[in-house]
Design a protein around this ligand. Structure first.
Ligand code: PEP
Length: 254
């Protein structure tokens, strides 16, 4: 099954009107070098309107970094409903990023609810899964991945993964400069795909599984060369257009 590479930039809580403009200008100007790769940027929510205008006419997708777990709008101060993200031009939304899980107490159940609400609104969820260093050292990587994915599968069913992306992000590799080896990434990706295949082989073969965790221009090609790695979720390196587009070019060259 041929899966189109997807390279997604998670800007986290970074950016300003000025830097967003130069970042998108840089990405757009180099976009033709990676025409076969799908490109996604996920700015902070307050900048969605600005970035939507900046990407207008360019093959760059817009995504949210987070979404409310509520299916109805209303009295949820500080939250953003999935339909609002959709209205602002988002086609994707990140759910279950490890920073949301660790710093904001998002449980597997909350992440599963967000996934479901996002899909109902027409967004493609980018579901982040990943183990901590302690869990890896205790040989619990597969247990954690199965638990995190299982919570979503139990809530929405495997059919929902026909319109979803998964990002394997080992927590110990995020923002640390320490990357999983291509072998470690491939093993985790194959395990995740296998969990889906046990329920539906066709959907398992079509779902894109991104790797995230200190992807840089100099390690992207090796990571992306693995059979079950379909692109990357990029944090730090997505804030420099040259680095981000070099990573996109590495995907294009596969
Ligand atoms: C991320 O936040 O999803 C991420 C992978 O960050 P970094 O690339 O900076 O490790």
């Amino acid at each position: 099954m041929q899966r189109q590479y997807l390279v997604a930039g998670n800007w986290k809580m970074n950016g300003s009107l000025e830097t967003n403009r130069s970042l998108i200008t840089g990405i757009a100007s180099q976009r033709t070098h990676c025409a076969n790769v799908e490109v996604l940027v996920c700015p902070p929510a307050v900048y969605l309107a600005q970035v939507r205008e900046l990407i207008d006419g360019h093959p760059i997708n817009l995504g949210g970094q987070n979404v409310a777990d509520q299916d109805k709008t209303g009295a949820f101060t500080g939250e953003t409903h999935a339909a609002m993200l959709r209205e602002m031009g988002c086609t994707y939304v990140i759910v279950g990023h490890s920073e949301r899980r660790a710093l904001y107490g998002e449980t597997d159940a909350v992440v599963a609810a967000k996934f479901g609400v996002a899909q109902v609104a027409g967004l493609v969820p980018v579901l982040c899964l990943g183990e901590t260093l302690e869990e890896r050292d205790r040989d619990q990587t597969e247990t954690v991945l199965a638990r995190q994915l299982g919570a979503v599968l139990d809530r929405v069913g495997v059919g929902a993964f026909a319109r979803a992306v998964i990002a394997y992000e080992p927590v110990w590799a995020i923002g640390t400069g320490r990357t999983a080896s291509a072998g470690q990434a491939q093993a985790a990706h194959a395990f995740i795909r296998g969990l889906l295949a046990a329920r539906d082989a066709k959907i398992a073969g079509s779902v894109r599984i991104l790797y995230g965790g200190s992807v840089k221009p100099d390690n992207a090609a090796e990571l992306f060369s693995s059979q079950d790695v379909d692109g990357g979720l990029i944090g730090g390196a997505s804030l420099k257009s040259g680095d981000f587009m070099a990573i996109c070019a590495a995907a294009q060259a596969q």
